[in-house]
Design a protein around this ligand. Structure first.
Ligand code: ADP
Ligand code: ASP
Ligand code: MG
Length: 442
């Protein structure tokens, strides 16, 4: 069994959907995970934000606009009149229900319900398009098998039982289409795997089914060595290890949801990144094999807050770090980077929900300074810590205000904390020296 996931742009236009049809129609048994058409989830997030602000009127206007774009796409893609009428009726019903919901009181479930509709729309339209083209495909609802537990982790037992049952009940099918991103929570309410979560859906399914391979089809020819949104001349990396890609995804490489490789790495199921617009390009193969040495890729994560905790009594005070960590644990706030000196410990977080409570508790025994609008730049590659040229890296960055450096925590990662305003320049500088001039590191 193969699992293929197609992202927003891969199903974002009629032309792209035709490409997807051609890619999946090869006679091999597969699960196809689809995201929402590009722009839809953002639009639904905006609509839900308006509802939160009690602006139902504007929300209805945006819903109508979104509905209109769907009508246009359906009319271009679904040309058979019977199919067209049926798909339009299905889609209109979704928009009608959402419009009725705009009168209800806003809560977390409102957001979860609204953002889930993009994947319901794309999978239904695409499945019926395949049927129109005479391709046998079975639409299976992620809401019938994908579930997270109370700690927001995939409920693997539940998923396995239900997914296998559904596949068994439809065993004559070759192509199963399902929604990425959406799931149910432990109480059975509609929920999701966080933004970009369709990648994660694909690998959760891949691990449960012990798939031959999970393919993530997107709008670029694989994992690039730097962020192509900010840096020119980035190039695709042909091979990455699970660890390398996990670090890069966690530290901001948007091409993969941060948790993507976790479910499959334990079973050594390869993940292949491919370009829907250029299916013959090699892409990136992610396995447990480590290739090459030195810096392989750079990524950056924004929205980081740095907390410096100073205590004159810290020196020789065993138990100090324990006390600090216990506070973060109590507020379920994870720490990304940490550095220590004799009198202070600096650390970073990206979830500031409980920042004020954390600071209040720390203030009881230390002096606390908080800086926001920071970014972590992460350099990843095999054995970079041992590479003789790595120390030169810090010379390149001498005119960048580097607040923290994490070096040696693992052999394949160096992280730098900088101001977000310096991020693009830092990424460009590293690109030039590390990959283009080859002056510093191989
Ligand atoms: P999809 O909708 O298919 O899931 P995403 O937008 O989530 O696509 O991810 C693909 C995008 O990620 C690319 O178009 C690119 O702009 C961005 N990106 C950021 N960092 C990287 C990287 N290191 N390699 C490739 N793409 C990256
Ligand atoms: N549609 C969802 C999002 O935009 C999930 C995904 O694209 O992976 O976040
Ligand atoms: Mg994505």
């Amino acid at each position: 069994m193969l699992v293929l996931k197609f992202g927003g742009t891969s199903v974002g236009s009629v032309e792209s959907m035709i490409n997807v049809k051609n890619i999946i129609n090869d006679g091999k048994k597969k699960v196809v995970v689809l995201s929402a058409m590009s722009g839809t989830t953002n639009a639904l997030v905006n609509i839900s934000e308006l509802l939160k602000q009690n602006n139902a009127e504007e929300a209805v206007v945006l819903l109508d606009q979104l509905h209109q774009t769907y009508k246009n796409t359906i009319d271009q893609l679904i040309t058979n009149p019977t199919f067209n009428a049926e798909v339009n009726a299905y889609v209109s019903n979704i928009f009608e229900v959402l419009t009725q919901n705009t009168n209800n009181e806003y809560n977390r479930l409102t957001y979860n319900t609204f953002v889930a509709q993009g994947e319901r729309l794309s999978t239904y339209i695409f499945t019926r398009y395949l049927h129109q083209e005479g391709i046998d495909a079975c639409l299976i609802s992620a809401l019938d098998f994908m579930r997270i537990d109370k700690t927001n982790e995939p409920d693997n037992f539940y998923i396995q039982q239900n997914l296998n049952r559904i596949l068994f009940e439809n065993s004559e099918s070759q192509i199963y289409i399902t929604q990425g991103f959406i799931c149910r929570d432990a109480d059975g309410n509609i929920a999701n795997l966080q933004r970009g979560g369709s990648d994660y859906t694909a690998t959760i399914i891949g691990a449960i089914l012990k798939a031959e391979e999970v393919q993530i089809w997107t709008d670029i020819d694989g994992f690039h060595n730097n962020d192509p949104r900010f840096v020119e001349n980035t190039t695709a990396i042909s091979n990455l290890s699970f660890d390398e890609s996990a670090e890069l995804a966690y530290f901001g490489a948007k091409i993969l949801h941060p948790q993507t490789v976790m479910p499959v790495s334990a079973f050594d199921i390869p993940v292949r990144l491919k370009n829907t617009m250029s299916p013959n390009a090699h892409g990136t193969l992610i396995t447990n094999q480590v290739h090459g040495e030195g810096i392989k890729a750079i990524a950056a994560k924004d929205g980081i807050t740095a907390i410096k905790i100073k205590s004159a009594r810290m020196l020789l005070a065993h138990g100090f770090l324990k006390k600090v960590f216990e506070i973060f644990e109590r507020y379920e706030t994870s720490i990304d980077m940490i550095t220590t000196s004799e009198i202070a410990v600096s650390l970073t977080i990206d979830n500031t929900t409980y920042l004020q409570d954390i600071v209040n508790e720390l203030n009881a025994f230390a002096h606390v300074e908080v800086d926001d609008f920071m970014s972590i730049v992460c350099l990843v590659g095999n054995a970079i810590v041992y590479h003789p040229d790595t120390p030169n890296l810090f010379q390149i960055l001498q005119d960048v205000n580097v607040r923290m450096i994490s070096y040696g925590g693992s052999n394949n990662n160096i992280s730098l904390l900088i101001n977000t305003s310096d991020k693009v320049e830092t990424l460009k500088k590293l690109q030039r020296y590390v990959f283009e001039n080859n002056q510093v590191l191989v």
